[in-house]
Design a protein around this ligand. Sequence first.
Ligand SMILES: Cc1ncc(COP(=O)(O)O)c(C=O)c1O
Length: 502
Amino acid sequence: MTNMVTSLAKDKSEMEAAYADFIARSPEYARTAALDQLRATEYCRLDEQGQVYLDYTGGSLYATTQVEQHLAMLRSGVFGNPHSSNPTSAAMTERVEGTRRGVLSYFNASAEDYILVFTPNTSGALKLIGESFPFAPGSRFLLTFDNHNSVNGIREFARAKGATITYAPLVPPALRLDTGRLEALLGEIDPAGENLFAYPAQSNFSGVKHPLELVAQAQDKGWRVLLDAAAFVPTNRLDLKAVKPDFVTVSFYKMFGYPTGVGALLIRRPVYATLQRPWFAGGTVNFASVQAQAHVLAPGEAAFEDGTLNYLSIPAVEIGLRHLQAIGMDIITERVRCLTGWMLDGLMALRHSNGRALVRIYGPTTTQARGGTMTLNLYDPEAHLVDYRRVEELAGQEGISLRTGCFCNPGAGEIAEGLSEEDMRAALALGPDVSLVSFARLMRNRGHKSAGAIRASIGLVSNFADVWRFVRFVASFRDQTRLTIGDVTFDIESCRVIRDGS
Ligand SMILES: Cc1ncc(COP(=O)(O)O)c(C=O)c1O
């Protein structure tokens, strides 16, 4: 007991000393103190349970009052499916449409410029684009290596319609775009056809903020631009009067934690007219006949909202947006920047006694044009890769929530970890048995390459104690060998955790 009290007191004084140093280097952090108060009230379950949450890129956290307000709305009303004009339906329609206006206004988008489609998530929004974009032989789908698989998946629609698919490369180690090459690729366009350029405003792998200026630059050359904003909007302001992508995709749980199951696709009106929906469904038609086997799509967003919307959850989006507005996005951006800077410096400074680096960070190591997502691997004193799954397991034992694997962003991972096309073909040769586990094993045998990494991401209510505890956890690997670190007791396949015996 005495030992535990002494060790807690030592932790506290070490953290206080580190905090004093942090504040001296980042005095701007003091301006974000409102978030500490918010964490103590609205998110107090984090500290009550001793949780260090570092998976904000996976999903943000919700405030208690968001859930309470939503519950109060559900408790107080009688709400029906919004497809009719009866009173309960009309009450729901009013809330759904109010939320739609609220989302447009949050992104400073006017209803004259944009149509807002509610979707289940970002992937649902991206699939709508993929299946309805008028790809054709001669048209191009240009996308960056750094993209979520749900954007990569659009290439299957493009390929099926005969379009040419091209990837714009990243430059290691910072994993930013090769601007010269991208410029050249943007120039390779036949503007007579419909061509799509897709990139993420912020990488879910490296945290790189790719330039928003690319939107206008590509549009000036005749491209339609898809900006995947899923990893950007949780900690940055997106102003659709300043940048006007043809498509924008977001998931609301990534912005404010609750509700899950609702995302959005914003479509600029001129491109909307060119889209071709490959089918129709309940709710998307003004008229459909069985005998004549014909249908007439409904106008506007209705043509893209298949079946019944997640109507009871949609009003919780408006509550979440109001919550972010009350905090102020600038404060969130500033706090994330300060904490990211300290965490990067803290991790980079960690060395084994023999002088070798303990941590390798994939992506920028300064806060310039990057967000709070950090992907890294740990190495032992002999420079052998530490199994990232074991790191996740040990972190979990300390109440630290990290994400490991490849984060559905294979392109950034391939470049970051120096994996070649031959490596990837060797993996595909494994046939249906290929998984992240078998792939990682194969890569270890092909020259000790890593296939997968650890991701720590900072967000809405992160604080100094979170990043301090993470850096201290990573420092505990100093001078540890594979023998002392031990072996992992679970596997991760297709993003599902498989424990021994389960
Ligand atoms: C940049 C990016 N795009 C798309 C997605 C897919 O989002 P969802 O799983 O909500 O469809 C994610 C999720 O992490 C992401 O970070």
